[in-house]
Design a protein around this ligand. Structure first.
Ligand SMILES: [Fe+2]
Ligand SMILES: [Fe+2]
Length: 493
């Protein structure tokens, strides 16, 4: 071995190569003609990806945002190597609308093989599945959510949060949606790398086949209880991880807000983390002042508002089924349904300031608002008037959902919500046979959204889904069930 070969040998040894990637390949930026594939590894070397008759090698960039905090490493010495992580990216191109392809990532140890489907044209039917508040963390394993009743206020849910989320994801995968919409609070502590590693570990069964399209929640700005909480530096550290992972529209760094057209549906995803004035009654995260320096404002006249208005106008003219997604549910029976502020009947993390968006959503005839934060299954209706693209005024209803039942809390209502039309807690009582719950009640789940073109418009079917745990001896099995609040909306042009 000459000195050059020796140097190369030593360099190769210096790069720790694990048998498995830290984050398995996952899809971003789906279009009618392709998708971007990402993964995270400690190995920076390019890896070949093959699909159809094409092949290309990944490009990697160091991702220092994805390191553990010093405190994490001290407290949890078992965390994975803190060696530099690299974000790999490959664009899979050359597809036709709706084309299904198999791809293979040729990792040296074990190739990764998966299938995905390009987005369909505007004149095809699509399925989307939405949830929020998965709030993953290693501590979710063995942790049962509160599931109180009036008689048993301290009752706990039947299965732990990790199992609940996993079974939810399994069901979603079986339903083969075109995309998964996550309305924030993906992880428990956005600033803790352990919690993100847990998120991707849970999602490896699905994220390589179906693109995840998220909106940031307050937990993506939450550095963690021991790591700076909502301090300016803590929130920055946390949201930087989120933006490193997600590239829903193919930008170099993840967007706080973006538009994605999926068949006859248009998704407009927002960042609701910063109301104005800071700490005042208009702040969606009352006292979450730190985020104000870099979370985009959403109030009238702000860049995000102006962007949203322009996109809403375009979606309305195109006659699309229009979805606006953001984290803080503006109409809710839950704890965050209260007025913003501190003290009796007020909430520091209120969703009410997001009502500032309602006139704009109404004006452009938004069909569906997807949000979370209150960790309940609730649908609210807000009535008003749309101004159509040709200037007519017509009655309109915006359907507002809290789908925050991804895999964390299963909360009780705490207040009256005059807009509420369906709340699992009230409208789907638990039915038991002996010691087995046989239907109803609060469970983990999601909203399934089917949109199909009709001769002169579209038809949208919204089905609230819950995952019922069934005890079988010492084990559990799970069944997909629907709450009796299926909703069909038609639009004629
Ligand atoms: Fe949450
Ligand atoms: Fe939240």
């Amino acid at each position: 071995m000459n000195s050059r070969q020796l140097l190369l040998f030593v360099l190769l040894l210096a790069v720790p190569v694990s048998a498995e990637p830290i984050v398995y390949p996952y899809l971003q930026n789906p279009t009618q003609h392709g998708v971007d594939l990402y993964w995270v590894d400690t190995n920076p070397n390019p890896v070949e990806v093959t699909w159809l008759k094409m092949k290309t090698a990944s490009r990697s960039i160091p991702a220092p945002e994805l390191r553990f905090q010093e405190q994490e490493e001290k407290e949890f010495p078992q965390v994975r190597s803190s060696a530099t992580r690299f974000l790999h990216r490959v664009s899979l191109t050359g597809l036709s609308p709706s084309q299904e392809v198999e791809y293979m990532v040729h990792f040296p140890e074990r190739p990764f093989r998966e299938r995905f489907k390009a987005l369909p044209t505007e004149r095809s039917k699509v399925r989307l599945i939405a949830y929020a508040d998965s709030e993953t963390e290693p501590e979710s394993t063995g942790k049962l959510a509160k599931w109180g009743t009036r008689e048993q206020p301290d009752r706990k849910y039947l299965i732990d949060q990790t199992t609940g989320y996993r079974e939810n994801l399994k069901t979603i995968r079986e339903r083969q949606p075109n995309a998964i919409l996550i309305a924030g609070d993906l992880v428990e502590s956005g600033g803790e790398q352990r919690d993100w590693d847990e998120f991707w570990d849970q999602n490896k069964m699905i994220a390589g086949a179906i693109p995840l399209l998220p909106a940031p929640g307050n937990h993506e700005y939450w550095a963690g209880p021991r790591h700076g909480r909502y301090s300016k530096s803590g929130s920055r550290w946390a949201i930087d991880k989120y933006r490193t992972y997600f590239h829903p529209v193919g930008k170099e760094r993840g967007s706080h807000y973006y538009r994605k057209d999926i068949g006859p549906a248009t998704l407009l995803s927002l960042d609701s983390g910063d109301g104005l004035p800071h700490g005042g009654s208009g702040d969606s995260n009352h006292f979450l002042e730190a985020a104000g320096d870099f979370a985009p404002d959403y109030h009238p006249g702000s860049e995000q508002w102006n962007w949203l208005e322009k996109e809403l106008g375009e979606a309305q003219r195109a006659g699309q089924f229009t979805i606006v997604m953001f984290h803080h549910c503006p109409y809710s029976s839950g704890t965050h349904g209260s007025e913003p502020g501190t003290g009796e009947g007020k909430d520091e993390q209120s969703g009410q300031p997001l009502r500032a968006l309602t006139p704009l959503l109404m004006r452009y005839g938004v069909d569906l608002v997807l949000s979370g934060h209150d960790e309940m299954f609730e649908r609210s209706e807000v009535e008003g008037f749309e101004i159509t693209a040709d200037g007519r005024q017509q009655k309109h209803i915006v359907q507002v959902y809290d789908v925050g039942i991804g895999g964390d809390g299963l909360r009780d209502p705490e207040r009256n919500n005059e807009y509420s039309k369906f709340l699992a807690f009230h409208h789907s009582p638990e039915q038991w046979h002996l010691d087995q719950i046989v239907s109803g009640g609060r469970h983990y789940g999601h909203l399934e959204i089917d949109v199909e073109p009709t001769e002169n418009g579209w038809k949208a079917t919204l089905n609230p889904v819950y995952i019922l745990p069934i005890k079988e001896g010492a084990d559990w099995s799970f069944e997909r069930r629907l709450y009796s609040d299926s909703l069909v909306i038609y639009q004629k042009h």
